[in-house]
Design a binder for this molecule. Structure first.
Ligand code: NDP
Ligand code: 2IT
Length: 448
């Protein structure tokens, strides 16, 4: 869908010129501007007040050296990033990703998406994202600790409980957050909720670990319900086997579905009778092993090298929960051919634009990442609230609030889509609903 609005066309051109070779970032901006075209037509005041022009440019980008010493005493150097994208509706908020593929274009796309996602949560959080091209795989705990300490020693001067609150993402879980929190506290000399995803004994929120995967299923259940269906009795494929994938598998199973496949960056397992989640958790969360090891304990399951084959498995619902652009046109066509009725995104931007076209063409229900995976940052927001109150809610209280918010997010996407004559297009609905709140805040605050 090419842009027709002259102003937005020109703006996208300027974004491409200014951010050359940042493919993922340009992909994310293109999708959002295309969705916002009807809003720009209806609300010329947003163009006149420079809302779009300002929205695509991060408020601040920080790039820094992260030197650390490995176990052999050799100095290693990585590159760290924090993109403080938009603070119109609250302090910058978003995770940090440690993965060798990280470069500025990835962090910018994630930070840009986070603006709309955080707006959809109904909580007061602006958009940001960070990370480093560090690969935690194969590193000892001591190496990961030294890396995290070095990373936060520099990043620490740019964040704060009312300024910018990082959290986890790929390669950053409870262990890394713990090391970063400890070092931050030591340097800042104060105990504040400067990071979320903290351990329960030191200010973490119950249900944060589960939040993204659970939230994904709550959103998906709402989307299915609105279209006369549910998880009950459905066959589900989940990609990845990290934090999001594991808890999406757990909740989908609780809601009556059977999850038959999981993956990592090397390959996927297929277990026709339904994956044994406790085994997966033992392998991935405790032993930090590859998903391939699953078949050693479960001979009924098979392992296949390579990631994309997972989308050729016959399923009713696909929950991509690994990484960006993991479903391309061919994979989307394979899902459609096998009768898949819904794709909901646990990962950020896992579907290419061509894959999304295939979903729409085949009337596959499509739950876009910024709505479907907003449960993680939602509970991060609730962790911030609990830290501010110096109080902690029970698991059931947090989970209840998460369910309510995921329902509200679906309702907001559905309503915005209908208002703009795009019923059933939850991608447009999410972009429009997420945008409107931020746009109003930006306009009200003047040219800043
Ligand atoms: P984890 O690090 O816990 O797990 C990531 C999983 O995805 C692993 O199984 C990993 O395999 C796989 N993966 C990572 N990169 C690739 C790749 N390039 N190709 C194939 N597989 C890959 O991360 P999370 O579960 O936290 O994050 C997964 C996705 O969910 C990401 O897109 C993230 O941005 C998104 N997300 C996460 C949230 C959170 O709260 N954690 C919130 C919202 C979205 P391997 O072990 O081989 O690397
Ligand atoms: O992409 C995401 O929303 C996250 N990685 C979670 C961000 C957060 O601040 O909890």
């Amino acid at each position: 869908m090419a842009l027709k609005n002259e102003y937005l066309k020109g703006l996208l051109e300027r974004v491409k010129q200014r951010n050359r070779a940042e493919d993922e970032f340009i992909q994310a901006v293109t999708e959002v501007l295309e969705s916002l075209e009807p809003v720009a037509e209806k609300r010329p005041d947003y163009i006149e007040s420079g809302v779009f022009e300002r929205l695509v440019e991060p408020e601040r980008v920080i790039i820094f050296r992260v030197p650390w010493m490995d176990d052999k005493g050799v100095t290693q150097v990585n590159r760290g990033f924090r993109v403080q994208y938009n603070s119109a509706i609250g302090p910058y908020k978003g995770g940090c990703r440690f993965h060798p593929s990280v470069y500025l274009g990835i962090i910018k796309f994630l930070g840009f998406e986070q603006i709309f996602k955080n707006s959809l949560t109904t909580l007061p959080m602006g958009g940001g994202k960070g990370g480093a091209d560090f690969d935690p795989k194969g590193k000892s705990d001591a190496e990961v600790m030294r890396f995290c300490q070095s990373f936060i020693t520099e990043l620490g001067r740019h964040i704060g409980g009312n300024l910018d609150v990082p959290a986890g993402d790929i390669g950053v879980g409870a262990r890394e957050i713990g090391y970063m929190f400890g070092q931050y506290k030591r340097i800042a000399n104060e105990f504040v909720g400067v990071l979320t995803g903290k351990g329960i004994p030191y200010g973490g929120s119950l249900a944060r670990t589960e939040a993204t995967g659970y939230g994904l299923c709550y959103f998906t259940e709402e989307m299915l319900k609105a279209n006369g269906s549910s998880f009950k009795g459905k066959t589900v494929v989940v990609s990845g086997s990290g934090n999001v994938a594991v808890y999406a598998t757990k909740k989908a199973t609780e809601l009556g579905a059977k999850v038959i496949a999981l993956s990592d960056s090397n390959g996927y397992i297929y277990d026709p009778e339904g994956v044994d989640l406790e085994l997966v958790r033992q392998l991935k969360e405790v032993e930090r092993k590859r998903i391939k090891e699953y078949v050693t304990s479960r001979p009924r399951a098979t392992y296949t090298e390579g990631c994309s084959g997972i989308w050729t498995l016959k399923c009713d619902i696909a929950l991509p929960s690994a990484t960006q652009n993991e479903i391309d046109k061919a994979s989307a066509e394979a899902l459609a051919k096998n009768g898949c009725i819904a794709v909901a995104e646990g990962a950020n931007m896992p579907s290419t634009p061509e894959a999304i076209e295939v979903y729409f063409k085949n009337k596959i229900l499509y739950g876009p990442a910024k709505a479907a995976n907003a449960g993680g940052v939602t509970v991060s927001g609730l962790e911030m609230s609990q830290n501010s109150m110096r109080y902690g809610w029970s698991f059931e209280e947090v989970d209840g609030k998460l369910q309510d918010i995921m329902k509200q997010i679906f309702a907001a996407c559905d309503k915005a889509a209908k208002e703009y004559g795009l019923e059933g297009n939850y991608m447009a609905g999410a972009n429009i609903a997420g945008f409107l709140k931020v746009a109003e805040a930006m306009k009200a605050q003047g040219c800043v």
